[in-house]
Design a protein around this ligand. Sequence first.
Ligand code: NI
Length: 166
Amino acid sequence: MAILPIRTFGDPVLRMKTKPVDEIDDAVRSLVKDMIETMYAAPGVGLAANQVGVSRRIAVFDAQDGLGARVMINPEIVETSGQFVYDEGCLSIPNRYWEIERPAFARVVALDLDGNEVEYAGDGLMGRVLQHEVAHLEGGLLIDELPKRVRKAVLRELRDENLGLK
Ligand code: NI
């Protein structure tokens, strides 16, 4: 097991749509173990494979519901409902939080490490982490959900920081 370096805002891998997994082999199992270790070490409640530089449709999360770390391979959101504003952060944009509005409830269908279909559903942190991680796998970031004007200002700030202008 290994703690992997987490890619941060500005790294193009975060903006690429990830490729589905067609075979759950030892490489996938090993990657998932490392992702779980990396998520807990960060510490965070979710991590997508492209955040560690691997453009595959895999994410891990721990919704802090006592069930521990869980894996989503090829996840798809099949249902959302409601609305919910949550103070949301991301390991790829460290130490920044924004009030982000998303649906409150989400249901995701995915495969587990044995290739069995699994379903994860909930509101609160569960609903939020499911949507946040699936968005990563589509090349999305939480700041995409901000109102346009706020998003523009935030993007400018983040780009300036990346360029070392601040
Ligand atoms: Ni994130």
